[in-house]
Design a protein around this ligand. Sequence first.
Ligand SMILES: [Zn+2]
Length: 233
Amino acid sequence: MMNFHIHTTWSDGIYTPEIIVKEAIKKRMEKIGITDHYQTRKVSSIPSKYLTMYLEDIHALRKKYRDMEIYAGIEVDFSPRTDISSLPDFKGFDFVLFEYVQDSLWDGYPFWMLLDIRKKIDAPVILAHNDLMRNFGNTDINAFLRVLEVDEIGIELNTNPNYTKLGEPYYRLAPEIFERLRRYNIPVSIGSDLHEDLEYLDDVEDALSFIQETHLEKNLKLFLKRIGDKYER
Ligand SMILES: [Zn+2]
């Protein structure tokens, strides 16, 4: 089992990264990604001057717990709540999540703005818990997917109940997009946006079933390969 969207006491989660790692080992998970919030006015988050400390903390855990893969991620609130003009290049990170891209309900900046910023980021970039049908369903879907492929931007399947409509997760509401997506080299990640309840640390089963049903195995593999290429022990 794996989960690439987990918050800790570095931002608004209630457990330290080490408690998360220990619990993941207990649950016999193979891979986890810690993804605390980068400096935003929305929630408690990591100021840019502490980014190195955060990264070092995760790297120290990697050394200490060698039988588990621990990835260093971070989540950017892509809205006026974040100082986007001074965003760092996130060197050393295994991947960077962007939330609220093109999401008008959350004041999210438009997708095209991300394309400029993406070029300056030295890590795989993923759209986190995006309501794709709402935000991109009215656009030319193939053109959208081509841009994701060329600019190396991936999509996250998020199982958190916060990202559902009438009980259906956003990814299940976008069949037109995912049926086409598998024909593109677009990485697909999975996560539960965990903040407090350790019970849900491995709660990604529905996303894994969706990957099987929709034949997105290659896309998940591509994500694992790209973050693996960055991963150093
Ligand atoms: Zn999150």
